[in-house]
Design a protein around this ligand. Structure first.
Ligand code: FAD
Ligand code: SF4
Length: 510
């Protein structure tokens, strides 16, 4: 029997049981395909990071004695379409059995099922052995429940996997230290320099250019700095534990003009490509905390565990529970188009300028920039969720649909009508001013609601609540905001609405 085993670009799990033994009758298939570079316009760093990691993974497999058929983007015999590549390989290598690991994206899941039904040989799907949860675990956990509260799911996960537990009780006698994790960053704790990998990616860029792959964003050709092998990913994890964990929770929600990364781990690409598993990340971080408990507070480590064991598994579960309808939802019926400055960063709003420019330069923004700056602005200006989704799916190094979509369409744009978040994440300028130093050097005045220099977030916020209030009539968590809106002077509100419409219609002037 000759087996063909497919490994997709985000299935670079060198710990997978497939790879425990070398079998001379098994061929591993990997391909850099146009169907993957073109389903959305990607940031150049995202394409480079995936292709470099795939090449490193293939070399690692070959060095261990596995046979790999690898199609580079520049290979002349690359057919660039998954079905054609698989069918041709099956014929050329006299394959009698095709195996694949369950993809995490609905689009690829559907495609692979079709491919298998068209193949005339035996086929079999395997688990990726990456996540803590199976695809349907969240659906089963919330069976019969109206609210899919992340906190309930997270506590179940802590107990089930015995993470930060003392018997049946949470370590530190509290499940959640969110309240301690809201410090503003004022330079009080020095941020160590980032871990460096400094790869020269000239050759790959030439290949991409020759293949005419269209991308956007910037890249440092001689110093590409994302980890693209298991060894480098482990280095990044080690770096995080030794340098950043100590203040991870403190500044989780902070933003600063001079600090793009603060104390964030930048481990999302390493995990989403599956070079690191969430379990080894959580276990390493918790073990490091236990060894250094006199220096590191529980609030730092619990904040991190909540993101990986909680949020990451939770959004994956929501994705599989709600797809395929989720990707079309637009409960608030938003219709506007993204302005040009989402691709240039040229805007007078300092918070947007910094967050977008950083996204274009680094293919990275941290959670609060994604949620409370760019996402908040997109929702307040009532952008169509399809456009917002496409932008987020393209721009970030870690953007794969299973994690991008629930975060963007659900958490950030409330386009799912509250499946994921109990209320929309919108705010005026005052929240941004509380959590960052952006406003101090902005063209606009964060305290003003009217006038040429009024902070657009203020104007847009009240206009959003006013225009969308009927969608939230039964939402108790919006009650306070809607009461404040009701008490507003009607003339003032009319002026706000007029200004908001001017902003929305002339976004590139702002
Ligand atoms: P850290 O702040 O160091 O957090 C540690 C890890 O926790 C991350 O690496 C990530 O794996 C996990 N995590 C944290 N928050 C979330 C979350 N909400 N959902 C899932 N995992 C989480 N994350 C992606 O991996 N891919 C995306 O495409 C993506 N799109 C997003 C879009 C929007 C609008 C928002 C609000 C968030 C999005 N996130 C996405 C979640 C989060 O912003 C990123 O995981 C995080 O910024 C990655 O940087 P980091 O590794 O330094 O994270
Ligand atoms: Fe952003 Fe308004 Fe602050 Fe300017 S004043 S940085 S636009 S929140």
């Amino acid at each position: 029997m000759k087996k063909l085993r497919l490994i997709l670009g985000d299935q670079l799990n060198s710990q997978h049981s497939w790879l425990e033994e070398v079998d001379e009758n098994t061929i591993y298939l990997m391909a850099e395909m146009r169907q993957e570079t073109d389903y959305v316009k990607h940031h150049i760093q995202k394409v480079v990071a995936f292709f470099l990691s795939m090449r490193n993974f293939s070399s690692e497999l070959q060095s261990k004695g596995h046979e790999v058929v690898y199609f580079k983007i520049s290979s002349e015999n690359n057919l660039h379409d998954l079905e054609k590549i698989i069918t041709t390989c099956v014929e050329e290598h006299n394959i009698t059995k095709f195996e694949y690991q369950l993809p995490d994206e609905y689009r690829l899941d559907t495609q692979l099922k079709t491919i298998c039904s068209n193949l005339k040989i035996e086929t079999k799907a395997f688990d990726t052995e990456h996540f803590y949860t199976s695809r349907n675990e969240l659906t089963e956990f919330f069976e019969g429940k109206k609210l899919l509260l992340m906190e309930n799911f997270y506590r179940m996960m802590r107990k089930k996997h015995h993470v930060l537990m003392k018997g049946s009780q949470p370590e530190g006698d509290q499940w959640n230290f969110d309240k301690d994790n809201r410090l503003k960053y004022k330079g009080q704790d020095p941020i160590p320099n980032a871990a460096t990998f400094n790869q020269n990616v000239e050759e790959l860029l030439e290949e991409l250019e020759k293949a005419d792959v269209t991308t956007f964003g910037k890249i440092n050709v001689k110093n590409f700095n994302w980890p693209t092998s298991r060894k480098e990913c482990l280095e990044q994890l080690d770096y995080f534990c030794k340098n950043l964990l100590i203040h991870f929770g403190d500044y989780e929600d902070a933003m600063h003009t001079d600090e793009k990364f603060l104390f964030h781990s930048r481990l999302s690409f390493a995990m989403n490509s599956k070079m690191l598993s969430p379990k080894e990340v959580v276990e390493t971080v918790v073990a490091f905390y236990h060894k250094n408990q006199d220096e590191i507070a529980i609030s730092q480590v619990e904040g991190f565990v909540r993101q990986v064991l909680g949020w990451r598994e939770y959004v994956r579960g929501i994705y599989w529970k709600e797809m395929p309808n989720y990707s079309k939802m637009n409960e608030l019926e938003n219709q506007n188009k993204l302005p040009d400055f989402y691709w240039t960063g040229k805007t007078k709003m300092n918070c947007m300028q910094k967050s977008i420019s950083q996204s274009l330069e680094e293919a990275y923004a941290h959670h609060i920039q994604r949620l409370m700056i760019i996402g908040n602005f997109s929702l307040l200006t009532q952008m169509h969720p399809d456009d917002v989704d496409a932008w987020y799916l393209g721009v970030y190094i870690d953007a794969i649909e299973w994690v991008e979509l629930p975060n963007t369409r659900g958490m950030s744009q409330y386009a799912d009508g509250g499946i994921l978040a109990t209320k929309p994440y919108v705010s005026s300028g005052s929240y941004i001013n509380k959590m960052s130093n952006y406003c101090a050097s902005c063209h606009y005045k964060v305290k003003d609601k009217f006038g040429d220099k009024a902070c657009p977030f203020n104007t847009l916020y009240w206009n959003f609540l006013d225009e969308k209030k009927h969608y939230f009539a039964n939402n108790q968590r919006m009650g306070m905001m809607l009461n404040m809106l009701k008490k507003m002077n009607p003339d003032e509100l009319a002026k706000i609405n007029e200004k908001a419409h001017h902003i929305i219609e002339n976004l590139d002037q702002y």
